[in-house]
Design a protein around this ligand. Structure first.
Ligand SMILES: Cc1ncc(COP(=O)(O)O)c(C=O)c1O
Length: 317
């Protein structure tokens, strides 16, 4: 699991010591879940440390914040630079970077929009997310808790409050002895894991649920669609039934933290013959090389981390 520590945390333009990164207990985001965040990864590559798909993560953070009426007081370029500086100040690899946009001042009242919008960024050492055995396949269960419909909580915004169903599903799966939960959408189709998208493979075609299943449009999902397509596999985004999942040749999760995690079984059903299956294995191998800058075709996805952290002097607009 995640080791929740690092050396410095970037808070509104300043790198502060980990122990001093505080906000007021009556802040609006803590009480009502109105915070938006990202999960980003940095790896060591032959050309030095680099952040994977930084631009796309920052773009999604801005979209998520806009939906919840939080105007981030920094431009996309400034946020990208701040993420790079935070990573440079916490030079442990592989690393997990967590930017969070929130209203950090005391301001109770659910429709209170007065609290100042803040940005904090942490970079902490990353470990395996879905258990040490995840490369050989994880055991998942279909959760009794479903994804909320996007009419209620839009799934394309990566918002703190969206994670309540994931929390319940994840806790239920863990207490039942599984490594991950699979949440269905409100119509009973397969949606995603608690922090991952899901893919199934059948007869050489790769399938994954689309936005109509109230999923987060994952950046790893997008990466895997591109890699699988480049490898020559047809990739289809469609409603995926539980039946299709249970009878698939292969299934796997994708996520920034989980990377690609093959699914060995769902409940009592074993998926395919052996996890990871051949298509999963092929996609995983290209993906893992791309993350560490060893696939020339995909090096544009990596943003180099500067060696030294220059002082962040920018002030709020
Ligand atoms: C609910 C949910 N779905 C999917 C994902 C995968 O998204 P990404 O690949 O951008 O990390 C995540 C992780 O951020 C998530 O929390």
């Amino acid at each position: 699991m995640m080791a929740a520590n690092g050396k410095k945390i970037w808070m509104d333009g300043r790198l502060v010591d980990f122990a001093d990164a505080h906000v007021h207990v009556l802040n609006h985001s803590l009480h009502y879940g109105v915070g938006v965040f990202e999960g980003i990864r940095a790896y060591v590559t032959p050309r030095g440390p680099a952040i994977f798909r930084l631009k796309e993560h920052v773009a999604r953070l801005i979209t998520s914040a806009r939906f919840y009426l939080m105007q981030i007081p920094y431009s996309a370029a400034e946020i990208e630079r701040a993420v790079l500086e935070t990573q440079a100040a916490n030079p442990t690899y592989p690393s997990y970077i967590r930017p969070l946009v929130y209203r950090g001042e005391p301001a109770l009242g659910v429709k209170n929009l007065t609290g100042k919008v803040s940005l904090a960024i942490a970079a902490i050492p990353a470990k395996k997310y879905l258990g040490e055995g995840s490369e050989a396949g994880i055991r998942a269960k279909i959760s009794p808790f479903r994804k909320p419909h996007s009419d209620a909580l839009p799934s394309y915004a990566k918002a703190a409050g969206n994670y309540l169903s994931g929390y319940l599903a994840g806790a239920d799966a863990t207490l039942d002895g599984y490594e991950e939960a699979i949440l269905l959408d409100s119509n009973g189709y397969v949606a995603e894991g608690t922090g991952e998208n899901i893919f199934v493979v059948r007869n050489g075609t790769v399938y994954t649920p689309g936005l109509e299943s109230d999923i987060l449009l994952g950046i790893t999902r997008d990466t895997v669609i591109r890699i699988a397509t480049d490898l020559g596999y047809p990739v289809v985004q469609k409603l995926v039934s539980v039946n299709e999942l249970l009878s698939a040749d292969e299934a796997f999760f994708t996520g920034t933290y989980a990377e690609i995690a093959p699914i060995k079984s769902v409940g009592h059903n074993v998926i395919g013959i052996k996890a990871p299956g051949p298509v999963t294995q092929q996609v995983m191998s290209v993906f893992q090389r791309a993350l560490v800058g060893k696939e020339p075709k995909y090096t544009d996805w990596l943003a180099p981390v500067p060696q030294l952290a220059p002082a962040m002097t920018r002030t709020r607009r």
